[in-house]
Write a new protein. Structure first.
Length: 62
């Protein structure tokens, strides 16, 4: 049984964008995992988990 994707949700320290990375993409993004897709700054980790109330406000990074 699978529970779906797990996410790490961030808010950019620089521009304030809310975004989330699927945990299974760590290898694809490497050192850029967790960085803002808009400005490239490091983000603050806000939440982790499957899609739900805590992770829904964050935009997917693909």
């Amino acid at each position: 049984m699978t529970w779906g994707a797990q996410y790490m949700c961030y808010t950019c320290k620089n521009c304030g964008k809310k975004y989330r990375y699927a945990i299974d993409l760590i290898g694809d993004f490497g050192a850029d995992y967790g960085k803002c897709p808009v400005c490239g700054s490091e983000g603050n980790l806000d939440a982790e988990g499957p899609v739900g109330d805590a992770t829904r406000p964050y935009e997917d990074v693909e």
